[in-house]
Design a protein around this ligand. Structure first.
Ligand code: IFM
Length: 459
């Protein structure tokens, strides 16, 4: 029996800076990514998102291709500086009008828009005011959210406040890992302060969505799904993987509980308070009433996860991947079983419906002599990961949707255009789009609502 219910959502995702281009058209203000990408030496091959996939001008063609793939939903993000060029104050009508047109185009093709409000392109002027280190940042986010929701919520009901706060602060602020805009290179204490403001911004954004929505909204946020799989399915290894999944390492920000627990439970996790003890800023207890707003789902972006076994002392022991483990072009280990264990552990912990808001792989696809893109690796990846997801759903884990990252090849932040994550191949010189073989595979999967997932015959 097919475990995917009829209302399961199959979609794909992208974000504004990564695909839109048109970086200073129609009144758009600069973002922190425009700033960083224009500094020589910051981005692979000195690339930038000035044109990217030119989606701003080609969105009609792109939506038609999404329709051809049969996407039921498209997760897009709104560019804050396109809507409010300096981050605060007057709304740029032409910028908002773009999202109006995009939403209308999607709906007229029967594709539901899932709108992410913030996917990393902070207005440059807000950076000058201290960005996420400024305690007023949650107020800015609330005002911006209100402007977008006022305009789109007669048609949009699915909202995601913030994408991957771990990356925003972990890669954009924390000195140890700084490769992303705005490249602040601060210590852990300041990074935790910025993280707290981001969580406040999430809370204020949820409040603003609920206050301004014209139709009952369905609200969540998207975290990086940091998780671990058990080496074997013994109860001891499963418990070790569960503990590793919820663990907070005090030297970095790659965990989900520091971010998800305050949102759902209204407090930071004990394990995190211990791990970050020497770097903890003071937090007002009333802040947690703002951060903890009712949400309808937990969005998780799951790409890979390591293996853990029970250690001799009863703790969790990380097990290195065996030699020759397949890796993606980004060098991320291909580890499909994580799409079973991650949603299972998150759903248990948060007791909320889970949506996989990103999953996919980068490769270096090219158009073959026959004019097609034969990305067999992506098909195999999808097949394996979705079999694991099917197992989770069959076991009763409440997963409501799956979004492939990405709908099309795009600008991969510090890595420029080195990696191709899309179902649609983009030739950046000509802006020619080509559906990859995986797009047709995904189309057939969507048509069957996942029922066609089966183990292929071995030779
Ligand atoms: O491209 C990114 C996306 O912007 C956020 N999640 C991970 C993707 C792949 O690195």
């Amino acid at each position: 029996m097919n475990p995917f219910k009829d209302n399961f959502t199959w979609g794909a995702a992208a974000s504004s800076y990564q695909i839109e281009g048109a970086w200073r058209e129609d009144g758009k203000g600069p973002s922190i990514w425009d700033m960083i990408a224009h500094q020589p030496g910051r981005i692979y091959e000195n690339s930038n998102g000035d044109v990217a996939c030119d989606h701003y001008h080609r969105y009609r063609e792109d939506v038609a291709l999404m329709k051809e793939i049969g996407l039921q939903a498209y997760r897009l993000s709104v560019s804050w500086p396109r809507v409010i060029p300096t981050g605060r104050g007057p709304v740029n009508e032409a910028g908002l009008a773009f999202y109006d047109r995009l939403v209308d185009e999607l709906l007229s093709h029967g594709i539901e828009p899932w709108v992410t409000l913030y996917h990393w392109d902070l207005p440059y002027d807000l950076f000058l005011r201290g960005g996420w280190l400024n305690p007023d940042s949650s107020e800015w986010m609330a005002e911006y959210t209100a402007a977008v929701v006022e305009r789109l919520s007669d048609r949009v009901t699915r909202w995601i406040t913030i994408n991957e706060p771990q990356c925003m602060i972990g890669l954009g602020y924390l000195k140890a890992n700084c490769t992303h805009a705005p490249n602040m290179e601060v210590g852990m204490r300041e990074a935790l302060l910025a993280a707290h403001h981001v969580l406040m911004a999430h809370g204020r954004s949820v409040q603003a969505i609920r206050a301004h929505a014209k139709k009952p909204p369905v609200v969540g946020l998207s975290l990086v799904g940091c998780a671990s799989s058990p080496l074997t399915e013994s109860p001891e290894d499963i418990e070790a993987a569960r503990n590793a999944t919820h663990y907070v390492d005090g030297t970095q920000l790659w965990n989900h509980t520091w971010w998800g627990d305050p949102v759902v439970f209204g407090h930071y996790p004990e394990v995190g308070l211990k791990s970050y003890a020497k770097d903890l800023p003071e937090f007002k207890s009333s802040d947690f009433d703002t951060i903890r707003q009712p949400i309808d789902f937990m969005g998780m972006n799951v790409y890979w996860g390591g293996n853990t076994k029970a250690g001799v002392d009863g703790g969790s022991e990380w097990v290195p991947f065996p030699k020759g483990q397949p890796h993606t072009h980004f060098n991320w280990p291909i580890s499909p079983e994580i799409l079973y264990w991650a949603p299972k552990f998150y759903a248990e912990h948060y007791k909320l419906p889970i949506v996989i808001t990103e999953n996919g792989l980068s490769s270096c696809d090219s158009v073959a002599l026959d004019g097609r893109v034969h990305d067999a690796g992506r098909i195999d990846f999808l097949h394996r990961y979705l079999l694991a997801l099917r197992r989770a759903v069959a076991d009763g884990v409440d997963v409501r949707g799956y979004f492939h990252w990405s709908v099309m090849d795009n600008f991969e932040w510090a890595e420029g255009y080195k990696h191709r994550f899309g179902l649609i191949h983009v030739d950046y010189e000509t802006q020619q789009r080509t559906l990859k073989d995986s797009a047709y595979w995904y189309r057939d999967l969507i048509r069957s609502n996942g029922a066609c997932l089966a183990l292929p015959q071995q030779p």
